[in-house]
Design a protein around this ligand. Structure first.
Ligand code: SF4
Length: 427
């Protein structure tokens, strides 16, 4: 039996009725995030400590990328290990020793936990501390969990960044305020934001994660943090614990979201209105024109989100307000009410918001609603396509640059493509 309830969160910013479900889930695990995290941190290596299934998952998620020297691998836990016949700590030390010796370019090594390593209670944080002592200063070793037990795939990034927060240097007392943008962004997007912040006169802008793992930004009471992703609850909590102050804002999807996100930083740094409009105006106009052009296929269409990426609420807001779509249901694995308050206020009142999942109930609601477009994980997409639904894989939204003004048209197009394809098939 499912455990579902409607929760009324009163009135005020971010307060909406939210249906909560606790049933069977269909989501990817946090290992998937290695695909974009290893692209972002260019001197890092991700060593999954897991099973052959974990190795297959990471390999097929990253399948199109063939490297001469890949920066991820899996140390396989086999039957002997599971039966307690081998000393796993010794084996791990041996594997890591061989890897670091063969790859002196690795400056930051993540031991990534999995369901099997969690089930056998392998203490990867202790192993990471031991190995770090052995290989520092050339290579720092950290650990985090990418396990699929009670987590979703974007939480892999949250866990990875949370691990980095502990390593960030402390900002000098009395240092001038700095801006910290938190969340992995494609390099091209990061460069565009750097240019916009420079235009606004915000000179000291830092990014977490950095492109080089050994160049972690400092954090302290002068740090103002802007979240680039809505799924970084733990990372933000730890940064606040180190003195950083969160700048509440919608997320930088589309012309409207990007402008509001930049405005939050501009207000915190005292940028005047005229300068803000002059710097952001051209990008905003380009984004609006691109969305109008590329999103024409979306206007008036109904969209249904299954919970998967935790990007669902800001994306539904973008599709509703800038592309003229009607979100029927917006499912999300977790809903961080504080981080999503501005987004929730902008969602159309008729959109049903669901936190958690009971996949059978949700499939029933989806079939009854007959949306024009269903955004879901890979596991649900094929069966739904076979039933005649047009689907969009939510994971693609993490693999493509989507934030910022210059990507707004492409973002609209990611949703328009399945509709165009289905229209062609129906001719
Ligand atoms: S971590 Fe768990 S869910 Fe992910 S691939 Fe490994 S066994 Fe499967």
């Amino acid at each position: 039996m499912s455990d579902a309830a409607f929760l009324d969160h009163g009135t005020g910013p971010g307060c909406r009725d939210v249906r909560q479900e606790r049933g069977q889930r269909e989501v990817f695990c946090g290992l998937t995030s290695i695909v974009w995290m290893h692209r972002k941190i260019q001197d890092a290596f991700f060593l999954v400590v897991g099973s052959r299934t974990c190795a297959h998952l990471v390999q097929s998620a990253a399948g199109v990328m063939i490297f001469a020297e890949p920066r991820f691998a899996t140390a396989i836990i086999d039957e002997r290990d599971l039966a307690g016949l081998a000393d796993l700590d010794d084996e791990l030390d041996r594997v890591v020793g061989r890897l670091v010796e063969r790859r002196p370019d690795i400056r930051l090594l993540f031991l990534v936990g999995s369901c099997p390593s969690e089930v056998i209670k392998l203490d990867l944080s202790r192993a990471a501390a031991r190995l770090s002592t052995r290989f520092m200063p050339e290579c720092r070793v950290l650990s985090y969990s990418g396990s699929g037990i009670e987590t979703t795939f974007t939480q892999g990034e949250d866990n990875c960044l949370a691990g980095l927060v502990h390593e960030m240097p402390r900002e000098a007392a009395g240092a001038a305020p700095s801006l910290l943008v938190v969340g992995a962004l494609a390099d091209v997007v990061e460069d565009q934001f750097r240019t916009l912040f420079a235009g606004l006169g915000i000179a000291d802008v830092r990014f977490l994660p950095p492109r080089q793992g050994r160049s972690l930004p400092a954090v302290g009471a002068g740090t103002r943090m802007l979240l680039a992703q809505p799924y970084l609850a733990e990372t933000a909590r730890l940064l606040e614990g180190r003195g950083a102050r969160l700048l509440p804002a919608p997320f930088p999807f589309g012309a409207e979201g990007t402008t509001a996100w930049l405005r939050a930083a501009a207000q915190a740094f005292g940028v005047d209105r005229g300068r803000f409009d002059a710097v952001t105006g051209p990008g905003r106009a380009r984004a609006q024109a691109a969305v109008a052009r590329r999103g024409a296929d979306l206007a008036g269409k109904r969209v249904f989100f299954f919970p998967d990426s935790q990007l669902e609420v800001p994306l539904a807001r973008f599709l509703a307000r800038e592309c003229g779509m009607e979100p029927v249901e917006v499912g999300t694995p977790y809903l961080h009410r504080q981080h999503l308050a501005a987004e929730l206020d902008m969602l159309p009142a008729a959109a049903r918001i669901v936190e958690g999942q009971d996949v059978d109930l949700q499939l029933d609601r989806c079939r009854a609603a007959r949306p024009d477009l269903t955004v879901c994980g890979l596991g649900l997409a094929n069966p739904l396509e076979a039933e005649g639904f047009a689907t969009k894989w939510s994971i693609e939204l993490l693999f493509s640059p989507t934030q910022g003004y210059e990507q707004a048209g492409d973002l609209a197009d990611l949703f328009a493509r399945p509709l165009r394809r289905r229209a062609l098939l129906e001719v």
